[in-house]
Write a protein that binds this ligand. Structure first.
Ligand code: C2G
Length: 137
């Protein structure tokens, strides 16, 4: 069984995330998503709309995802690759080259990022919409 591992916040899950997860799963038989905890999001300067538990529940409902575990630090990847016996590490190419140190432990694949969609943009749109509703404009 070929095991694939990937990382992220996956807040307000959208088709760009699904496109990544689908292609990552296609590289093996089992996909592990290491999901940023709420505390780690603060380290990443990201404020997610959904909590870790909510984001975990949503990801676990995704047909491409087999296991969701927490990401607490930048430094846990080598241990994770060993612990989960990952054969392939996958990230979007906005991270191109950043995780090449993992090549000593597994295959490293950067997949093209889906253009024109991101959680931040979606959240901004929803907040603006809510604001317009409140101001009745
Ligand atoms: N992604 C994508 N296309 C988008 C948005 C995101 O392919 N339009 C990919 C990213 O490249 C990443 C994954 O989806 O591989 C998750 O994206 P984020 O939730 O933004 O994750 P990020 O904040 O990049 O966290 O230790 C690594 C970090 O936890 C990565």
């Amino acid at each position: 069984m070929k095991r694939v591992i990937t990382y992220g916040t996956f807040d307000v899950l959208h088709y760009g995330h699904i496109n990544l997860l689908k292609r990552a799963k296609a590289l093996g038989d089992y996909l592990i998503v290491v999901l940023s905890s709420d505390e780690f999001n603060q380290i990443k300067n990201k404020k997610s709309y959904y909590t870790y538990e909510q984001r975990k529940m949503i990801l676990e409902a995704c047909r491409y995802v087999d296991l969701v575990v927490p990401e607490y630090t930048w430094e846990q990847k080598i241990d994770d690759v060993k612990k989960y016996q990952a054969d392939v590490f996958v990230m979007g190419d906005d991270w191109q080259g950043k995780f090449d140190f993992l090549k000593d432990f597994c295959e490293v694949v950067y997949l093209s990022r889906t253009p024109d969609v991101c959680s931040t943009q979606t959240k901004q749109y929803l907040n603006d919409k809510k604001l317009r509703k409140v101001k009745n404009i």
